[in-house]
Every structure is written in C-alpha cells, then in structure tokens.
Design a protein around this ligand. Sequence first.
Ligand SMILES: Nc1ncnc2c1ncn2[C@@H]1O[C@H](COP(=O)(O)OP(=O)(O)OP(=O)(O)O)[C@@H](O)[C@H]1O
Ligand SMILES: [Mg+2]
Length: 227
Amino acid sequence: MNGIDLRQVTRSYQLGGESFDALHQVDLHIDKGSFVAITGPSGSGKSTLANIIGGLDRPTSGSVNVDGNDLAKLNDSDLSNFRNRTIGFIFQSFNLKADSTAVENVALPLIFAGIAPKLRKARALECLDRVGLGDRANHLPNQLSGGQRQRVAIARALANHPSVILADEPTGNLDSARGKEVIEILSELNRDGITLLVITHDLDVASHAQRIIEVHDGAVREGRVAS
Ligand SMILES: Nc1ncnc2c1ncn2[C@@H]1O[C@H](COP(=O)(O)OP(=O)(O)OP(=O)(O)O)[C@@H](O)[C@H]1O
Ligand SMILES: [Mg+2]
C-alpha cells in the first residue's frame, strides 16, 4: 500500500491515575507524494501524530501503515531501521551534533544504515550540495547561521533517500526570509516525489501545501484547502 494510512489511532497517556488521549481514534489517509500542512493549537496533538507516523512513538491502539510498512508488525529494531531508511525528520531546533561538522552530521544516518565510509562522505556532500551548502561542509553547527543549520538538517534527513519527510515546526526558529528558503527547499523535494508533512503555526508556510489538516484536542479534520 502506498501513502500513509492511520486507522482508529489513539495515543493515551496515564497521568495521576487518569487517562488522557493525546490522539483519539484518528482516521487519516495521506497520498504518496503529497504535501500536507498540519496546523492546530499548542498541545492539540500535532507532534504526537507526526511521531506516530514516523515510528518514534507507538499508538496505544489502532494501526499505522507507511508506504506498505505495517508499523505494529515491526519490533523495535525493525522500527528503527524503518525510521532510518524511510523517514527524514526535521525539527524546530535542528538537533545537529555540536561537535560534528556539517558533512559529519549529514553522514550520521548513513553510518547507522551500514554504508561504507567513502560512499558516506560522497553522499553526504551530494546532499549538502542539494541544499546549497556544498561550501560549508567542514563548518561546525555554531559556525553556521540558523537557516544554514536547518539546511544541514534537511540534508541529513535526505541522506538515506527517504520516501517521507516529517518536519515539525521547521521554520519556528527562523526569520521569515530564512523560513521561506527552507520551505522552498522542502517543496522542491516534494516535487521530486517525497511525501512531505509539515507541522506549522505559520499560515504562510501552510499555504504552500496542497492540503491542510487541523488537529484539535487529539482529533483530525480537514482544513481550508490551499489555493
Ligand atoms: N509524555 C507525555 N506524557 C503525558 N502527556 C503528554 C506527553 N507528551 C505529550 N503529552 C500531551 O499530549 C498532548 C499533545 O502533545 P503534542 O506534543 O502532540 O502537542 P502539539 O500539538 O505538538 O503542541 P505544540 O504546538 O505546542 O508543539 C499535550 O496536551 C501534551 O501535554
Ligand atoms: Mg509539537
């Protein structure tokens, strides 16, 4: 099965003897190759939804299928392989290793994927080129601007040729010009066929998507379709 399919997905947390559903019986299909923006108030369940699609978290009940992978059938080690090979994660805070250069950061997922050192470096440089940072390969994160750090994170997300990119507030720490650059790069990757999910509070960012999904109190509904 292609695309992303959630059936009756609930994610409950137990707090002080009470159960709270961060997601409640969510049914959702996302077409392969589409660009979907996910919006909604703080605490509504957006990151929980992305983490469950990306296999960082497991639902309490319900099923999740991503491009033919039934995530409930994967044990923890298979699930981490799935994350490494199929999903590219991008976070608001970049999450780069501070003591590693740009090219080393991008090569990191290739080490976990068992790619030989020479090929790792070549592929990491290719990914940096793709985000316009071929000339910053040997810079440490603190020698890069915020926009450049996020582009390194995008290059890292691309390293294993993912079929899905999950970006959780990718422009949240950037000014609007830098944010626009990041969205343009992500849109280009989507045009090349990667399914793109972007969580954002920014309606300008959401307007680049083909479809907008709103999350409210752990439930998902269709939002305004971007023009
Ligand atoms: N480990 C946890 N234990 C208990 N409750 C949690 C836990 N993680 C998240 N929650 C709750 O689940 C709900 C959804 O959290 P989530 O992080 O998905 O929100 P969000 O929509 O991404 O918000 P934001 O826009 O602020 O990032 C919140 O009410 C949060 O308090
Ligand atoms: Mg969040």
